[in-house]
Design a protein around this ligand. Sequence first.
Ligand code: URP
Ligand code: ZN
Ligand code: ZN
Length: 460
Amino acid sequence: MALLIKNGRIVTAADDYVADIYVEDETITQIGVGLEAPEGAEIIDATGKYVFPGFIDPHTHIYLPFMGTFSKDTYETGSKAALVGGTTTIFDMCVPARGTDPAEGFETWNEQSTGKAACDYSYHMGVTQFGENSAAQLKEIVEAGVSSFKIFLAYKGAFGIDDTELFQALKLAKELGVVVCAHCENETLVTELQKELLAQGITGTGAHHDSRPPLVEAEGVHHLMTFAGLTGASVYIVHLSCKEALEKAIEARLRGVNVSVETLIQYLVIDKTYAELPDFEGAKFVMSPPLRDASNQSVLWDGLRTGLIQTVATDHAPFDFEGQKPMGKDDFTKIPNGIPALEDRVNLLYTHGVKTGKLDLNTFVNVASTQAAKIFDLYPRKGAIQVGSDADLVIYDPEYRGKLSAKTQTMHIDYNAFEGWEIEGRPSVVTVRGEVAVRDGKFCGTVGRGQFLKRTPSHF
Ligand code: URP
Ligand code: ZN
Ligand code: ZN
């Protein structure tokens, strides 16, 4: 298998130049001007197009038993949707319910993923309890190639851990060199505020925000920062949504806490008024932490531009509007949390970040690909266009104009949170380790070719 991509404008987190890329089998083997292809090689003319490293979504829930139901995508549908949108690597949250051993959870997620993904993938291993088997089993999982943990300060009884378990998980992570991803919201405050709202008869979708206001998230971040500082563990705050929480992370970073920050494309482009839409329409926009007041968006964009925030993810957790979201029709606390966006992240970030001048092209690549590869031990295999890197490439057409819609999407979900929104650019060709997997918005790759990526810890 050989592939020559001619005359593309190669943009990475650091570079921007026009050249050809030659791929043999799964790897980039040459980058230069005027490269020739041997007979039989496929040649793609990328004149007038960008060539980006494959994008990485560091936070998805392709398989997720949650709030009495299951997220809708499978590794097949989710990975196809990722690829159509230019994402060639996903990090799924392997989160066994409390009461289930890590080893059993790891096996369950492997059963879901093995042989079914079209793009490459890894997991963040959920530490949803810290019992007597946990340390030994987690060590084995790290040896099997998972170099990151996931913990929740929210969702008590489902995934949430207490402070003793948090301390133990962070100590183990430090010992193993594993980075710990954390959902930061103070669970007690969420529970008490939910009770107060329900007692007043406030049950609608708009109340979701009021049960988890910015200070609830900021307290969660502050809490994690204290524990990370005292244990020396490296931590990564997932789905940071607001100014108050970012301030707590930055204060801790200034004191020497090793903390990275992820925000979501949803927080950058939609706000809490969407979750307040009438006739239960707001349920499409219920997730945790909630969509925030629009004033937070400039803080998040500035954070990305100036390097205070490292990554943009989706937290893709798809639950149908018909049949799943209505579980919380009369009680907002029962609406399955999640706003799907896996397929649309890159195009929305390009349209609303690059085209509006909020992000330059290098920063766009950095926050949507390279930083995730670096933090999660995949760089420069992923997140780079270098000789020796995996040939995960996105040939991006900046002239494309189109609209997002549930009718045309690949994601296995009955709505699109950005229905009718215009996008200015999309991937015209996407490769996964040298194989063309998408052409002109259509998946044409191989289900089952996606590999589980073994990673070696580096956060000692
Ligand atoms: O609302 C969300 N975020 N759903 C998925 C679970 C989580 O907290 O990441
Ligand atoms: Zn979360
Ligand atoms: Zn999540």
